[in-house]
Design a protein. Sequence first.
Length: 234
Amino acid sequence: MIREADFQTYLYLNNTQYIIYVTDNKTNEKIYSEKLAIEENSTELKFSKMDEFLDSNILKIEKKLDSFIKNIYVILDSKEFLSIKLSIKKDNNGNLINSDTLIHPLNDLKNLCQSSLQNQKIVHFLIEKYVIDNKFYTTLPENTNCNIFSLDTEFICLSKNLIESIEKILKKYHISLNQILSASYVEKFKDNTDGTIFATASRIISGLNSNEVLLISKINKKQGFFERFFNFFN
């Protein structure tokens, strides 16, 4: 029997194909993979097809693992994602700027985004640029004091209704949605060392992008890389 912590399950969705993929967390080797081509010409997800696809594969996977799938990561390729860019400027009074300094302004930005887009859920929260005493940085510099800093951020959001529709189907199989990832965002980090989009997604989940702020679930507080950086409840 394989323990839940020993494998990771992914579901890739777009309007032309669905892929379910299970990987061994220790070896990163593929345990199971199955694909369904969607023949209908549509710009939207076919939830009935998704349901049929899961129905055809979940039991097979669980028998192979001798374990239940309790959580899944969904990689979604969709035009439904909405990108919002927000900035904030703060006085720092010559003090050291570090991850603790950024907690409150980042939280303010998150709350502003959520209050402005109440029908959307934040999927990725990214710091695009730091401006520290008029100097530009792509990553947070170490051991730096400053008077004024600003942050340029991007929020990648998705309709709550769409997320709830995906969750509703997963619940039929007693599976919880761990996280949704934007396929186009994941693809930006794919390189020659990654065999699949799932390998890249695993690296992103593990904290590949030091400028991504993790939004963790209040129910499932898994501690990871961003315990050393930022953790905000979503």
